[in-house]
Write a protein that binds this ligand. Structure first.
Ligand code: TMP
Ligand code: ASP
Length: 253
C-alpha cells in the first residue's frame, strides 16, 4: 500500500492527507507535552483515549447543531475530519479560576467565576501562545469582527454542552481550549470547531473529591495520566473494550 502523505506533525497529533479531497486523517499520538514542550513523555494509550473522547464530544456537539470538523472515526487512533484553515487563536473558556488565570490575576484555583470568561491566545509556539485582545485580533487581521462574534457564540455553546455532559457524570468543567477552523462551501466560509476536545485541552475535576482528571496530572506530576483519562472515558461510557494499548490500529465500521 502506498504511504500516506503526511501534512503536519504536531505535539500530540499527526495529520495525513485523507482519502478524498477536503478530508484529513487525524492520528492521535501517545506523546504528552506541557509548558510549550519543555516537559515531554510518552503515555501509553493516551492517543486511543483522546481519539475516542474527542469523537464523543464532537458527535454530541453535532447533534445539538454546533458545526465541527469531525466526519468519522476510522480506528482506535485515527479519525477522518474535514480539512479546514485553522484560525490562529486558542479560544479558552473558563468557568472557575485555574492555571494561568489564577497566576496572572492572583485568584485561588477553584474560585467560581461570576460568568464564563472567554480568552484568546495567539497560536505561536515560539512566542509561547501569548494572550491577546480582540483589538490585536482585528488589527492584525487574524479574524474579522463577524468571525469573532461567531467564535464567541461557538465557544459558549461548547461550554454549555461540555459543562452539562461533565456534570452528568460528576465532573466539573473548570476550563477548556478549542480551536476554530474555516471551511469553504463555494464562495461561503463557515466556522467549525476543529482540532480536538479531550482531557488534554480541558480541566476536569471530580465534583466530590476535587481529583484532577486532565492533563494537569501530567503537568504537575499527580499520578497516572492514563488512569485519569480512562476514568473520564469510563464515566462517559466510551471506554474501549480492551484497555488502551499502543497496538496496531484496527478498523471499525
Ligand atoms: P491555562 O490556564 O494554562 O491558560 O490553560 C487554560 C485551558 O486551556 C486549560 O484547560 C488547558 C488548555 N490549554 C491547552 O489546551 N493548550 C495550551 O497550550 C494551553 C496553554 C492551555
Ligand atoms: N502548552 C501546552 C500545555 O501545557 C502543551 C505544550 O505546549 O507543550 O497544555
Amino acid at each position: 500500500m502506498a504511504r500516506r502523505k503526511k501534512i503536519y506533525e504536531g505535539k500530540a497529533k499527526t495529520l495525513y492527507e485523507g482519502p478524498e479531497p477536503g478530508t484529513i486523517v487525524q492520528y492521535f499520538k501517545d506523546d504528552a507535552t506541557a509548558f510549550n514542550a519543555e516537559k515531554r513523555d510518552v503515555i501509553e494509550g493516551k492517543g486511543v483515549l483522546n481519539n475516542l473522547l474527542s469523537e464523543y464530544f464532537m458527535l454530541g456537539l453535532g447533534q445539538i447543531g454546533v458545526p465541527t470538523h469531525f466526519l468519522k472515526r476510522l480506528n482506535m487512533r485515527e479519525q477522518l475530519v474535514r480539512s479546514c484553515e485553522i484560525v490562529p487563536l486558542e479560544v479558552i473558556v473558563r468557568n472557575y479560576a485555574a492555571g494561568s488565570m489564577s497566576k496572572r490575576l492572583g485568584i485561588d484555583e477553584g474560585t467560581q467565576l461570576p460568568r464564563p470568561i472567554v480568552e484568546y491566545c495567539y497560536k505561536d509556539d515560539a512566542l509561547g501562545d501569548p494572550l491577546v485582545t480582540e483589538e490585536h485580533i482585528a488589527a492584525f487581521g487574524w479574524a474579522s469582527q463577524q468571525d469573532m462574534d461567531d467564535i464567541l457564540s461557538l465557544a459558549l455553546r461548547v461550554n454549555d454542552f461540555m459543562s452539562g455532559v461533565m456534570l452528568a457524570v460528576g465532573i466539573r468543567l473548570v476550563d477548556f481550549k478549542i480551536e476554530i477552523g474555516r471551511v469553504y462551501d463555494g464562495d461561503f466560509q463557515r466556522l467549525v470547531v476543529a482540532d480536538e476536545i479531550s482531557p488534554d485541552s480541558c480541566r476536569l475535576w471530580d465534583i466530590e473529591t476535587g481529583q484532577k482528571l486532565d492533563k494537569d496530572v501530567f503537568r504537575r506530576d499527580l499520578g497516572s495520566l492514563t488512569d485519569a483519562y480512562s476514568e473520564v472515558a469510563r464515566r462517559l461510557g466510551v471506554m474501549p473494550n480492551n484497555p488502551p494499548a499502543p497496538s496496531k490500529p484496527t478498523l471499525v465500521n
